[in-house]
Design a protein around this ligand. Sequence first.
Ligand code: FMN
Length: 264
Amino acid sequence: MFVGLANVRVPTLQVGATYDVIAPPGSNARVLYGQIPPGSVLAVPLPAAGAVGGHHRLPRHLPGLTIAGRSVAAMAPAPAGPVLLICGSLRAGSTNAAVLRTAADLAAAGSVATDWYDGLAGLPAFDPDDDHDPLPAPVADLRARIAGAGAVLVCTPEYAGDMPGSLKNLLDWTVGGVEIEGKPTGWINASALGGAVGTHAALRTVLTYTGAAVVEAAAVAVPVVRQAVGDDGRVADPASRTAIGAAVAALVAAAAEAQAGATA
Ligand SMILES: Cc1cc2nc3c(=O)[nH]c(=O)nc-3n(C[C@H](O)[C@H](O)[C@H](O)COP(=O)(O)O)c2cc1C
């Protein structure tokens, strides 16, 4: 029996094998979207080769979870990678995109790589029946980009009282995969006048459900009015830039911590 699976990737376990998963007291473990009563022992069959991910993931992000039958030392650590930038707005003059462009600049100034996710509009509508290998190409790309990232930063507007449907669709596609679990993740609410509070609360709910590791210092509000976006598509205001840079720094620190924990 082994403890400490926070950074274990399902594909590193033996495909096709069955593992006993034990939910520790007080945990809220779930498998196949269901709940595991604390203290219960479940046999979880891993999917066949080529179908890893899907709906058969293990609740590996839960501290204290134990699995019988496999050495932790034999499991691969999560790779380090760039900060994946996901914008919930497709609008050309988007203030949210301006915030993320600014974040990318500030990251680059600190020699931190970023990866701009530009596939939002090309994702198919989520369909559980398609959530298996071979995945639709845009979904495979999304999951690969998340898997390769050290952290994720989301910046999104609110539409009609909630996050854009396209962003929720993206997040729905992450639920059946393992890539986002334990991934340091934050968001910047760029809405002016304190707007979009409900959207960012919903973002927290959904990201928590997917198993992302929410970095509180990177879950911040940095209000940006459209007039504050320069011709270069960046935010020039020093206070805003400081706040955006601090969020990026918090994500980078969390990614480094996760990486150190994975290789320890
Ligand atoms: C159809 C539509 C619905 C909107 N609904 C809301 C809303 O419910 N709450 C809110 O705070 N802003 C709402 N807004 C305003 C946008 O969130 C705001 O313009 C935001 O800056 C757009 O982000 P972007 O500049 O990155 O595209 C709405 C805008 C549109 C076009």
